[in-house]
Design a protein around this ligand. Structure first.
Ligand code: SAH
Length: 232
């Protein structure tokens, strides 16, 4: 009985915190409905270690083990908005994520209606935990344990590539796996701070003139480690 009461109280409190967070995200400029609905639908607590679940709807990044973090909800919302498909694109839209981490960002894309999600993680223990979560929560995503800076060429080209770790430069292999019209969101900078870029592929050529870059604000991500990221 008491257990039921506390479970009920906990979920009521969390729902109120979630609504407050969604309001904060709107105030901060997030307006894509697909994105806002996905953030409302996906239980972020399910992507956190038990001890941190009570903090699921704080607008902060949180540790998920192996020295890694689940991104701040605002960061997830901002990046998702930069890559949101137009309604008519949804059925065939193909997304590649580098840095599965907790699996939360991939679950957000799934909740946005994206059916072709590919996600790469380099840390075996995080990969294993995310795999269990996807099975439990029925998130449809193809997973790979490898160095994501090299992309996933067998499944290219992608309409969207999201790099959820900070890179010293735009990984060339990833740029070449974009479809024409495809977009990549990638944080580029030092190990401490990165600026967010959105790279759009304009044509099938492989030269720099095939890509157009837009620059957004500064964020802090954990480092992208690998052949085309920071050396390990
Ligand atoms: N998208 C994640 C954020 C995780 S933090 C989430 O929603 O929780 C970034 C992740 O990138 C970490 O799990 C880290 O291990 C991973 N990572 C870093 N370098 C990588 C690489 N070269 N390939 C794949 N994953 C990488």
């Amino acid at each position: 009985m008491l257990d039921h009461v506390s479970t009920f109280t906990r979920s009521t409190v969390r729902e109120a915190q979630k609504q407050a967070l969604l309001k904060e995200l709107r105030t901060k400029g997030i307006k894509n409905n697909l994105v806002l609905q996905a953030l409302a639908a996906v239980p972020r607590e399910d992507f956190l270690p038990k001890a941190l679940q009570a903090r699921a709807y704080e607008n902060v990044s949180l540790p998920i083990g192996a020295g890694q973090t689940i991104s701040q909800p605002y960061t997830v919302a901002f990046m998702s908005e930069l890559l949101a498909p137009a309604p008519e694109q949804i059925p065939a839209y193909k997304v590649l994520e580098i840095g599965t981490g907790s699996g939360y960002q991939a679950a957000i894309f799934a909740a946005m209606g994206v059916r072709h999600i590919f996600t790469v993680e380099r840390v075996p223990e995080l990969f294993a935990v995310a795999q269990k979560r996807f099975a439990m929560l029925e998130v449809q995503a193809a997973m790979r344990l490898s160095d994501g800076t090299l992309g996933w060429s067998e499944n290219a080209p992608f309409d969207a590539i999201i790099v959820t770790a900070g890179s010293p430069d735009v990984p060339e292999a990833l740029a070449q796996q974009l479809a024409v019209g495809g977009r990549m969101v990638v944080p580029v900078g030092s190990q401490a701070y990165q600026r967010l870029y959105r790279i759009t592929r304009l044509h099938a050529g492989i030269g720099a003139d095939a890509f157009q870059a837009e620059e957004f604000q500064t964020f802090r991500f954990v480092p992208l480690l690998g052949a085309q990221g920071w050396s390990e």
